[in-house]
Design a protein around this ligand. Structure first.
Ligand SMILES: Cc1cc2nc3c(=O)[nH]c(=O)nc-3n(C[C@H](O)[C@H](O)[C@H](O)COP(=O)(O)O)c2cc1C
Length: 355
């Protein structure tokens, strides 16, 4: 493709944002894949409306669209970032959405752009930013992971409370900080920088702090709430994933029952005794646990046979599905979920497809 090209019209420009030191600034980068290729005019429309909302939210940034892939850099007040991210991450025009980094920033890089759009590569600034974000770790999550396994986890708790005060969104806190921190814990273990006990301890503490933060959450009204069983796969000792999933589904208005069956038999007993519209089964949010995919497939088959509901919707989650982007079919589930933040949407789609 030819060199960089920014759109001819000025939809993405802004008069510049004030850099008041009092306003905390956050930067979020992500990449994703267009579900169907966008024409030039569709891309122009997307930029036009996105730039208008960004302006209203004091967000600035840029978006690269190349080879059906998106890369976006957003900067602005954390609560605005959380609101925009909630919309972007639910947008069906793209998939395989992966937050690459989120951290506080001293200054804006795109102060004059509500949304700069480029469709080419070769712009040194864009190339540098893309490379930096792709290789950069999620610094806030890395810090949280280190703090949560410290002897005294007070700082981890304070970091989460402060992040929540800024985001004002449990779902953004979950997807941008808690889930990445869980994966960082798994990476620390893989690099021999901590033991398995530390990972389990860290995940438990994240779960405890999240409960503390979410205690005042308000449940949304749902026109057609579903009864959902949320459980870690029997034998999975990491429960943070199930806990985040239960929180997200409850907040979205569903009737959520969380259980921790230790055996396949115990799980079958639960679905044979009570009616569930759907079941969410999760593997560890920290470890990939690919070797357990076969067991998960076997358990899902057994659960379907034992269930009172012959049309039970099954969703599978855990780091394995985040890292490998495996489809539901690989484990005989109806869908997979890469983040608790997307679970209500994943469930709604899977339930519609089943109906
Ligand atoms: C790749 C991509 C990038 C987007 N970037 C932005 C953005 O920077 N700002 C924005 O307001 N909307 C953006 N959108 C559009 C949002 O996903 C969403 O459609 C819009 O904000 C309306 O929000 P709502 O659906 O929650 O009403 C983007 C969509 C896509 C597919």
């Amino acid at each position: 493709m030819a060199g960089p090209r920014t759109t001819a019209h000025n939809a993405g420009t802004t008069r510049g944002h004030d850099q008041s030191a009092a306003t905390p600034l956050m930067t979020l980068t992500y990449r994703s894949r267009a579900t169907t290729p966008l024409s030039e005019s569709q891309l122009g429309d997307l930029q036009h409306s996105a730039a208008a909302r960004n302006r209203a939210e004091s967000i600035t940034g840029m978006m690269v669209y190349n080879d059906d892939r998106f890369f976006q850099w957003l900067e602005g007040p954390p609560a605005s970032i959380a609101r925009i991210w909630s919309s972007i991450s639910r947008d069906t025009r793209h998939a395989d959405i992966e937050a690459l980094s989120v951290h506080s920033a001293p200054t804006r890089l795109f102060a004059n752009w509500s949304l700069k759009l480029t469709t080419g590569q070769g712009d040194p600034l864009i190339d540098d930013l893309t490379a930096a974000a792709m290789s950069s770790t999620n610094t806030a999550a890395e810090r949280l992971a280190a703090l949560v396994i410290a002897t005294e986890p007070t700082e981890a708790r304070l970091l989460l409370l402060a992040a929540h005060a800024e985001f004002r969104s449990i779902s953004a806190l979950t997807e941008l900080l808690i889930e990445p921190a869980a994966r960082c814990l798994g990476d620390l273990w893989a690099d021999d920088d901590c033991g398995e006990y530390d990972v389990t301890l860290g995940l438990c503490r994240l779960q405890t702090f999240l409960r503390e933060i979410a205690v005042d959450s308000v449940q949304q009204q749902h026109a057609h709430p579903l009864v959902v069983l949320v459980a870690p796969l029997p034998g999975e000792i990491h429960m943070l994933g199930a806990s985040l999933d239960a929180e997200a589904l409850w907040q979205a208005g569903h009737e959520t029952r969380i259980r921790f069956p230790s055996t396949e038999q115990a799980l079958k007993q639960i679905v044979a005794t009570d009616w569930f519209d759907a079941i969410d089964l999760s593997l560890s949010p920290a470890f990939t646990r690919e070797h357990r995919a076969d067991q998960m497939t076997h358990i899902i088959d057994a659960v379907r046979r034992a269930s009172m509901n012959p049309s039970l919707v099954v969703i599978a989650g855990g780091r394995a599905f985040y890292d490998r982007r495996l489809s539901g079919a690989t484990v005989h589930a109806d869908a997979t979920s890469t983040s608790a933040a997307h679970l209500p949407g994943d469930l709604a789609r899977a339930h519609r497809a089943h109906a």
